[in-house]
Write a protein that binds this ligand. Sequence first.
Ligand code: TXA
Ligand code: MG
Length: 350
Amino acid sequence: MKTIYETVDPGSMDMSVIDKAGSIIRSGGLVAFPTETVYGLGGDALNPESSEKIYRAKGRPSDNPLIVHISDFDSIYDIVRDVSAEAKLLADRYWPGPLTMIFDKKPVVPKETTGGLDTVAVRFPSHPVAQKFIEASGGFVAAPSANLSGRPSPTYGRHVLEDMDGRIDMIIDSGECNIGLESTIVDFTSEVPMILRPGYVNEKMLNSVIGEVAKDPAVFGNMASGGHPKAPGMKYRHYAPKGSMTIVSGKTDNVIEYITNRIKSKRPDERIGVLACSQNVSQYTGADMIFDMGCADNEIEISSRLYDALRECDEKKIDVIYSEEFDTPDLGLAIMNRLIKAAGHNIINV
Ligand code: TXA
Ligand code: MG
């Protein structure tokens, strides 16, 4: 399959590209599109064959449900049985935006889209290109992140091209995704609303609108290894670069000392990469790759760069990766959730 690659400027959208993308979706094809979190791999959410195609293109197990993306709030009532008052409050506050909510589905949503579940995850993204694209596609776009299964989610059009060229009909490139981590998922089908995946909309932001929320213990308990996460996708070993990765935690001076010692004593055939905040990058000369994650106090810069950093480790054939810890106040939980998975829970305290 030849994949069409188009660039769309969110500030002055070429509607002919959006219309073409919409007609591909309506006729059962697949289009990757930008959102404020990560790029999505879109298909018609109400067409079971489109969802099957998505699983094939990603190489993803089909028990892992897809998120249905909408472009106006009221269309949610076409696909879910009931929206609780609390969910409505969250939608009023954080939609459009990086929040996904799970509800009981209506029969119109095929089981192929929900991985066999009777519930459906819904998100109304804020990215202007995503909104126009969803509208042009008929209003319900099923989309997982547009990476091959097991690779980091794409945050640039070129990441999507690396993974999906020849596998889907079209890619819309609108540059960098500004958040860079997947949406927060809140489940409204459990007794108390429960966070299944941490994201930009953090616990404090949820508490300020609906009070206490539960957290999936399999995801949040000591940042998670055992147990069965309620979001099936959280059980897979995601985001893992090919090299072996270690998170080095502790006082800044100790972290720098530990990593620089490792660089000095590296074997000749070993390629070492370091993920560091801007303040520290100059300390790691001698490493084969030093990725500047952004200013230590600029959380969104760090979150938006993480997946690019992990992909670059593979591109540069890095064998051993050391990352500083980015346990920042608001986004830290979401950032560390992905980083710890990427490192296969390999953390050392120095
Ligand atoms: O930011 C995002 O959410 C991006 C963009 C493209 O919108 N999408 C995304 O999709 O991250 P994906 O498929 O990579 O992750 C969706 C997660 C998976 O962990 C899946 O198991 C969970 O959501 N999920 C989807 N529907 C669910 C449901 N009905 N019940 C429980 N978990 C669900
Ligand atoms: Mg994903």
